[in-house]
Ligand binder design. Sequence first.
Ligand SMILES: Nc1ncnc2c1ncn2[C@@H]1O[C@H](COP(=O)(O)OP(=O)(O)O)[C@@H](O)[C@H]1O
Ligand SMILES: [Mg+2]
Length: 395
Amino acid sequence: MIRFEHVTKRYADGTTAVDDLSFEAGEGELVTLVGPSGCGKTTTMKMVNRLIEPTEGRILLDGDDISAIDPVQLRRRIGYVIQQVGLFPHRTVLENTATVPHLLGWKRGKGRERAAELLDLVGLDPSVYGDRYPEQLSGGQRQRVGVARALAADPPVLLMDEPFGAVDPVVRERLQNEFLKLQARVRKTVLFVTHDIEEAVRLGDRIAVYGQGRIEQFDSPATVLGAPATPYVADFVGADRGLKRLSVTPIEESDLDQPPVVHLDDPLTRATARLRAEGARWAVVLDGHDNLHGWIPAGDSATAASGGTVREHARRMEAWLPLGAPLKQAFSTMLQHDAGWIAVIDKESTGRFLGVLTPARLHEALRRSIDADAQHVPRATVAVETVTSVTTAAP
Ligand SMILES: Nc1ncnc2c1ncn2[C@@H]1O[C@H](COP(=O)(O)OP(=O)(O)O)[C@@H](O)[C@H]1O
Ligand SMILES: [Mg+2]
């Protein structure tokens, strides 16, 4: 969809901002460009909408060399979101959002309708915020208006240059999550610039890690974290890349152990006797539909002697997650609830119990996903050092 072929940009003063850059973002793909300040990220973006012309090489959009496309026409196909947002201060939120449809000569009513739709899409109620002015919004809300405006003419391509850089970390995380949901719906081809590796791995289908004017590695987040291509990338993604990798590796069904299970209506005496006979110290408690209800300790015979069913003695299960949740969430849930294991239920939120994840299995899951990605990399260079401490730190 967007293809860079040996693109170099030298500014008039001799600075080589981008040096022989080649990469491609496929249709509907979200590529994050990450690297330190001054490494050429913004220059890369501005060459796509021809705010800057390359010195050498070419950029193709959907197979067409963009140097042959009229810049104004080109920019209609490309939404552009920047950190400072650049909203017009004396225009309302609705008018700001409708800027591009207006420029495209849409009828006023149609433009405003589209703008209202988009504000809704980015989580701003148009009836509440539509008539406000930018200064009457928080930083996070302004960024959302920026995103809505960029989407207004429904361009196939979005360029986002550190769009969430100026908001505080909590709001940023919310904006990132909302943006991921939005992207799942609109499936634009996105180039997203950030200097924050956490943001890059969270959002990107693939990541381009920039060194000085060059891409050092272009890979999936899991591969960049698990098998950094160069010492520079390893250094950039940080010594805690094993931990970061936890956030991009999902819990899979094969990661789960099957613990002893009892049902709510089982007589307590029989249930606990069986668990003790099996040498189990606890069991997962399920309801009649095999949905997760809680857990129960095998206990001593005194508890069992009190009679009744499992139901009266079952304890609440605090530590559980749906299948597919990132291992990082599993790890943090374990720590938060001081749990040696967590229950995993069906992704469809029916509550159907699938098994438990233990620290040892969590480690294995991480190990496996690294191995799968990094077969071409000598094992010793693969990052698992922090993962070892994950296992030992868990209760
Ligand atoms: N108009 C310009 N003239 C000369 N040098 C520039 C210009 N714009 C950017 N640069 C230089 O090009 C390099 C890359 O800049 P930029 O693309 O803005 O980096 P980033 O967005 O990664 O921080 C930097 O060294 C910067 O100083
Ligand atoms: Mg920049």
